[in-house]
Write a protein that binds this ligand. Structure first.
Ligand SMILES: [Zn+2]
Length: 339
């Protein structure tokens, strides 16, 4: 296998939160030649400053993997990285107010463009270092948000491939209403944010539109649906891997529904990052019977054009399968498709 002209191949999982990105990340991370790093879009704040847990269970700054990656990228230890300063640059380059200018380059000021290019070059060093430390062909980032993909696509040394993951808008809205603990924060008992369904529906529209709108910024673009991934993991993974080109070959997991997960060094993301061992992949369709009728109606109405675009039924039949990505261990695993 060869690397394209020294560029680092980054496979970016884009999608609205609670769409199954952690499942896809973990499945890709088990493939030979793939290094799954989780979400790096906010790495200075969440990992270098707050020292949230790595997927291996250690604090980010104590994890040997990230110590090596940091040394390779910046020539120092994690606590010597000027993370506060880098976090401020991150805000200026890719904060919410910058989304229009990142989306349409002609809206960028010369100052923003300059800072964006410098910041992209700095990020490039991190991904190259991950590639070197893991000796992998592809670095998988599950940051999901469109604007960070556009920042990475500006780096000359990164070949950015987009896999756009879509899940039924009603399932994501239902998931945003669940209360879930964040195990990566150990200093206090912190729960994941919850959103009203109207907000989830509008954000779902915006994320999916923005992710598909700038396909020319990516080396490749592959659309996959969470529901198809769960129904045929090997087939869908193969489609994602084929889009990368370069003769990358995947290892079949054998049985589509069973997967064995090794510990991963993922920075930030869904609690499913911490799951290891044998797990069973199954569709999480709880929303189909547990979501309030009025909520379902509101989300369906607000997202109808895109539901049709992605071939989701507007009217629902009874769920054919129930359950989640649940392990064969006694306690139910929490590795669902939420972040
Ligand atoms: Zn680790």
């Amino acid at each position: 296998m060869t690397r394209a002209a020294g560029k680092t191949k980054v496979l970016y999982i884009g999608g609205y939160s609670r769409s199954g990105s952690t499942l896809l990340l973990r499945l890709l991370g088990e493939q030979r030649g793939f290094a799954a790093v989780g979400e790096l879009f906010d790495v200075w704040e969440r990992s270098y400053i707050q020292d949230q847990l790595c997927g291996c269970g250690l604090g980010f700054r104590e994890c040997d993997f990230w110590i090596q990656v940091t040394a390779g990228a910046f020539g120092c230890k994690p606590d010597e990285v000027p993370a506060e300063e880098l976090n401020q640059i991150r805000s200026r380059v890719q904060g919410h107010g910058r989304i229009p200018a990142l989306w349409l380059p002609r809206f960028r000021s010369p100052g923003h463009q300059r800072e964006l290019s410098d910041y992209a070059a700095l990020l490039e060093r991190m991904y190259a270092s991950v590639r070197n430390v893991t000796d992998s062909e592809v670095v998988v980032d599950s940051s999901k948000v469109p604007q960070y993909a556009w920042v990475l696509s500006e780096a000359e040394g990164i070949e950015l491939h987009m896999v756009h993951l879509v899940r039924d808008s009603r399932a994501t809205a239902f998931s945003w209403q669940r209360q879930r603990l964040r195990p990566e924060i150990t200093t206090s008992r912190t729960y994941m944010d919850r959103h009203p369904v109207v907000r989830s529906a509008l954000e779902w529209n915006a994320f999916n539109y923005l992710l598909r709108s700038r396909r020319n910024a990516y080396a490749s673009y592959t659309l996959i649906k969470y529901e198809d991934l769960v129904a045929d993991p090997n087939g869908e993974l193969q489609r994602v891997i084929d889009a990368l080109g370069g003769g990358i070959v995947s290892i079949s997991q054998g049985n589509d529904e069973q997967v064995s997960l090794k510990p991963s060094h993922t920075a930030a993301g869904n609690p499913g990052r911490f799951e290891t061992g044998e797990v069973t992949i199954s569709l999480d369709s709880e929303w189909m019977h547990a979501m309030r009728g009025a909520s379902r109606l509101i989300v369906t109405a607000l997202t109808a054009p895109s539901l049709v675009r992605y071939h989701y039924p507007l009217l629902l039949r009874r769920a054919a399968r129930t359950g989640t990505l649940a392990g064969s261990r006694q306690a139910p695993l929490t590795m669902r498709q939420s972040r």
